[in-house]
Design a protein around this ligand. Sequence first.
Ligand SMILES: *Cc1c(COP(=O)(O)O)cnc(C)c1O
Ligand code: SF4
Length: 329
Amino acid sequence: MPPSLTDPADLVRRWRLPEAALPDVAEASARFPLKLSDHLAERLAGLPPDDPRVRQFLPSADELVEREGFVSDPVGDAKVQRAPGLLQKYRGRALVIATAACPVHCRYCFRREYPYADASAVNHWPEVLGALRGDPEIHEVILSGGDPLSLSNAVLSRMVRELEAIPHLTRLRIHTRFPTTSPGRVDDELAALLAGTRFAPAVVVLHVNHATELDTEVSLAVRRLRATGAVLLSQSVLLRGVNDSEDALAALSEALGALGVVPYYLHLLDRVRGAGHFEVPEPEAVALVRALADRLPGYLVPKLVRELSGERAKTLVPLTAPSPSGARE
Ligand SMILES: *Cc1c(COP(=O)(O)O)cnc(C)c1O
Ligand code: SF4
């Protein structure tokens, strides 16, 4: 893992925040630890707390507020384990929580409360592999996490080789936050792994919420991924104060399109404890995506989805006209 910033006092110093900010940062970090990649620690230094990138990663006192309906396991992950670190909710595809580690801790993350230290696949690999081998109905493996690219190239390529040996698996997908937070992780070995797998083209889903995340190094990393032949998609979370405007979402879609990434999902926030201040109400979300659809080609308009526990797929939020009471306040 590349170096990261985890100490609240370090953050206050490096970002030149007022000393008085430290107690809140420390208290929020005690609930969900601060973690920032070196890349972002450097890039975001000196920016104001309401910068759309800073807001995603700066622990804040808002996280300490309890809100009705915000719970520890909003998406029902605990109920769908096939093996430790292997979740199956949807037909034909299984999600591997490859490792608990992430390059950053996004303050809105639904996994902020998830007990995954002991439940990651890398620690139970034979069981995970056994479960996948034993179920010919599974055709796609999604390496997720945490972040699968937290694993070394050596471990990752061993996993991929073993998955390649299971004949009924036909697709490999990787969900990752690394390219947009720690772009140096997209190195030659990783590129070779993606280009050379029998699953090629692999599908890589990039997590990104704001156009400014696609800085020069990040763009280079994305181009490098494209050069492997991988299919590149993005997923974003609609977040108050980050990307909750038509202009921000349009700029994100256009910046992704320019890099050859197709915007895939725009998620409504999962209602996890400590993230309530990021929520954008559904009628407002619908109005935003309708406005996007009005302005951009269809392939640059992400699907607005919500994850409902027990459903057989991500739930598409219909873009019917919002009622006047749902208008933006
Ligand atoms: C989101 C998710 C998937 C992938 O869903 P797609 O609609 O295929 O992108 C698969 N498994 C789980 C458990 C998920 O949460
Ligand atoms: S990288 Fe993904 S899993 Fe990790 S904290 Fe951010 S949103 Fe959550």
